[in-house]
Structure formats: C-alpha cells, structure tokens
Design a binder for this molecule. Structure first.
Ligand code: ZN
Length: 146
C-alpha cells in the first residue's frame, strides 16, 4: 500500500508545495531544532508566546512531504491557542499518529492519523510537534526522533 494514498494525498501535496507559515519568526520567544535522521527531515520551529497564548508558530527547514505538510498544518492549528490547549493538542496528535485513535478535535490533522500504519513515517509526521514541544520547554538540545 502506498502511504500517500492512505493520507488524503491532496491535502499533503498542497501543504508540501505551499507550506503555511514557512519562514523564521521575528521576535520568537521560543525556538528549537528537530531532526529525524531516519528520513533526513530537519526542521526549525519558532514560537511567539505571550501571556500564556501561542500567538504564532512558524517553521523552516527541509524534509519529506509528510514532515513538511505536518509542520504546515501544525502551525495553523496552534496559532491563537492557550499554551495548555496547545500542549493537549500535541498529546492528542501524538496519540493519533502512533495509534490512529482519537483525532476528533484535530480537524484536518486527522488525515495524518493514517501514518500509524507506517512506523517509519510516524517520525516524519510527529517531528514538527516534538520540536514545538521542545521549543516550549526552552530546550537547547536538538530534538531527535531516534
Ligand atoms: Zn520524513
């Protein structure tokens, strides 16, 4: 089976070709680097947080279609959320990507739940999210999926 057919190809292609919020963020309050050596995905995630609200999220870097599409969809989903809500969304997404369960609150991101059948691809889909979490935690280490 082809992973892309399982993942609602069009949405992935669209976000891969026209990634949203694909730039560095001026005045970012948090930033982290993420690497998925297995696939060669390298992402930087920038977060602007103020008064407990995730005001803006952006990313740069290079990677496969799934890692970029997931990052792009993530940046749109997180903007404007309270930090506690963003953290919950992170947990929901990781559960969805690793088990295929849940996702009702995740909207469009639900299509990425199909990756749970492809363990190597789970790391592509979750890289941006783990990097976002690391950024919130002010980690100085590179977030690695391995
Ligand atoms: Zn990848």
């Amino acid at each position: 089976m082809d992973v892309f057919r399982d993942l609602y190809q069009q949405l992935i292609i669209d976000h891969n070709q026209n990634p949203r919020n694909f730039h560095e963020l001026e005045n970012a309050s948090h930033h982290a680097e993420g690497q998925n050596p297995l696939c060669g995905d390298n992402l930087s995630v920038y977060v602007k947080e103020k008064d407990g609200i995730v005001e803006e999220v952006s990313f740069t870097g290079s990677g496969c279609a799934i890692s970029k599409a997931s990052a792009s969809i993530m940046t749109s989903a997180l903007a404007g959320l309270e930090v506690s809500k963003a953290t919950r969304l992170f947990e929901d997404f990781i559960t969805l990507a690793t088990t295929g369960e849940g996702g009702a609150e995740l909207g469009k991101m639900e299509v990425l739940g199909g990756v749970h059948k492809y363990p190597a691809r789970v790391k592509c889909a979750t890289l941006a999210w783990h990097t976002f979490r690391g950024a919130l935690d002010n980690t100085n280490e590179i977030i690695k999926t391995e």
